[in-house]
Design a protein around this ligand. Structure first.
Ligand SMILES: *[C@@H]1O[C@H](CO)[C@@H](O)[C@H](O)[C@H]1NC(C)=O
Ligand SMILES: *[C@@H]1O[C@H](CO)[C@@H](O)[C@H](O)[C@H]1NC(C)=O
Ligand SMILES: *[C@@H]1O[C@H](CO)[C@@H](O)[C@H](O)[C@H]1NC(C)=O
Ligand SMILES: *[C@@H]1O[C@H](CO)[C@@H](O)[C@H](O)[C@H]1NC(C)=O
Ligand SMILES: *[C@@H]1O[C@H](CO)[C@@H](O)[C@H](O)[C@H]1NC(C)=O
Length: 376
């Protein structure tokens, strides 16, 4: 098949927007056409999906009519999925496997930020404006969020350090990153964490999307690792990663302003119908269930909607604001608890409720690769 066609499908470089007209006029038949859903007309699946769609659409319309909301909901590729299907197919970080401390402690960095440094941070940070952020991609039916977030972060540091913005291979990470302790899932399309990806790239390097293209979008399954350093020469190298102290807001702000984008773990359970604005739909009084990995590319203040974190997602450009979501950034550190049983030192079932801070837990697990250099 034509490589360009594959690339453009894979990269989700489809800049069309989801339906922005009056949703009360929007029908399921329009929806399946717009989102290319291949359901057979009036089959049992068709009716099952239609029922889910119509219920979700009614919720979206009702929510958008509430006064004083800081964000809007809308339809997208997830509108006809059940909550269970959404979690199984579109995330990729299984919390109960994620807390392998013996491994993950090794490089925690305590960025001491002084009051003076904090005062002199810029009001707005958006790494996209510096031309060091690649277009948003779409993970498709594979729980590879962790690989997309890792690749995007590495791409940005390669650009920051070299001036060259390269599109790197996500499939290499999906297929090749080992996950023996089942951190964040069982690996590949079944979830992992960005720290493992950074470790792997430190050993093998990372090749380009062109030389090792993304295929799990459609298949939804992990491929066999076919990376061959001679045939698919690596384009970048790095020498490790830094993980910030958990829940340190100031360190996150400082790193975003002075170092670069961060791979972060979040609770995306409620993001499926986000369309625009500053999202504050994660409820701190409920279980915050970290289950997705994305990239923080900045922060800022919206004159009407308040302070936000700027987050790059991997659900294509039809999701949210051209593939991005802005999360509410509270002025005081606000925390919730993840009650999901966590694995302790050896990833073997310990029930340790964990404190997670920031909207949807955004300040809890933040990491970036170090000394990324372009070698290709
Ligand atoms: C909604 O916003 C209006 C105008 O800003 C304000 O007067 C009103 O009190 C707000 N209502 C609620 C429920 O917060
Ligand atoms: C990791 O951190 C936990 C708690 O902060 C501590 O109990 C444990 O000893 C640490 N492990 C290593 C290998 O440093
Ligand atoms: C991986 O290789 C095995 C053995 O050759 C094969 O059975 C399997 O289908 C391959 N998996 C994929 C996703 O191609
Ligand atoms: C993690 O969660 C999955 C699905 O909920 C469950 O099947 C598995 O046993 C859990 N693993 C541990 C170690 O608790
Ligand atoms: C990056 O490389 C420099 C020079 O080789 C080294 O001094 C520094 O420690 C490295 N940084 C990290 C975080 O490893």
């Amino acid at each position: 098949m034509n490589k360009l066609i594959i690339l453009s499908i894979v990269l989700g470089l489809v800049f069309s927007q989801s339906y922005k007209g009056d949703l009360r006029q929007y029908t399921f038949d329009q929806y399946i056409q717009e989102f290319n859903k291949g359901y057979q007309y009036r089959s049992s699946e068709y009716f099952m999906r239609k029922a889910i769609f119509e219920q979700k659409l009614a919720e979206i319309i009702a929510f958008n009519e509430l006064p004083n909301q800081t964000y809007k909901k809308g339809v997208n590729q997830f509108t006809d999925l059940s909550a269970v299907e959404f979690k199984q197919n579109s995330l990729g970080y299984s919390k109960n496997m994620s807390n392998f401390r013996a491994f993950r402690n090794l490089s925690v960095k305590n960025l001491e930020v002084t009051e003076q440094q904090l005062q002199s941070l810029p009001v707005n940070v958006d790494w996209r404006q510096l031309g060091v952020v690649t277009p948003v991609k779409d993970q498709g039916h594979c729980g590879s969020c962790w690989a997309f977030a890792s690749t995007a972060t590495i791409e940005s540091y390669a650009a920051i350090n070299s001036g060259q913005l390269k599109t790197l291979s996500t499939q290499q990470l999906v297929d090749c990153v080992p996950n023996p302790y089942q951190c964040g899932g069982t690996g590949g399309c079944n979830g992992a964490i960005s720290e493992l990806a950074f470790n792997y790239v430190q050993l093998y390097g990372l090749t380009s999307e062109f030389k090792y293209p993304y295929q799990s979008y459609v298949s939804g399954v992990t491929g066999n690792c076919t990376f061959n350093q001679n045939k698919q020469s690596p384009e970048v190298a790095l020498d490790g990663y830094v993980k910030l102290q958990a829940n340190d807001y100031n360190a996150v702000l400082y790193a975003l302003a002075n170092i670069g984008p961060l791979a972060v773990a979040v609770d995306a359970s409620q993001w499926h119908n986000y369309q625009s604005g500053v999202f504050n739909g994660c409820d701190y009084t409920q279980n915050i269930d970290i289950n997705h990995v994305v990239v923080l590319v900045g922060y800022g203040t919206d004159s009407q909607l308040g302070d936000y974190w700027l987050v790059r997602n991997s659900w294509g450009t039809k999701f949210g604001e051209n593939g991005y979501i802005r999360l509410a950034r509270e002025s005081k550190v606000t925390c919730g608890t993840d009650y999901t049983p966590l694995d302790g030192q050896a990833c073997a079932g310990q029930n340790v409720p964990t404190k997670v801070c920031g909207q949807c837990g955004v300040a809890y697990d933040t990491a970036y690769p170090t000394n990324v250099t372009v070698i290709g």
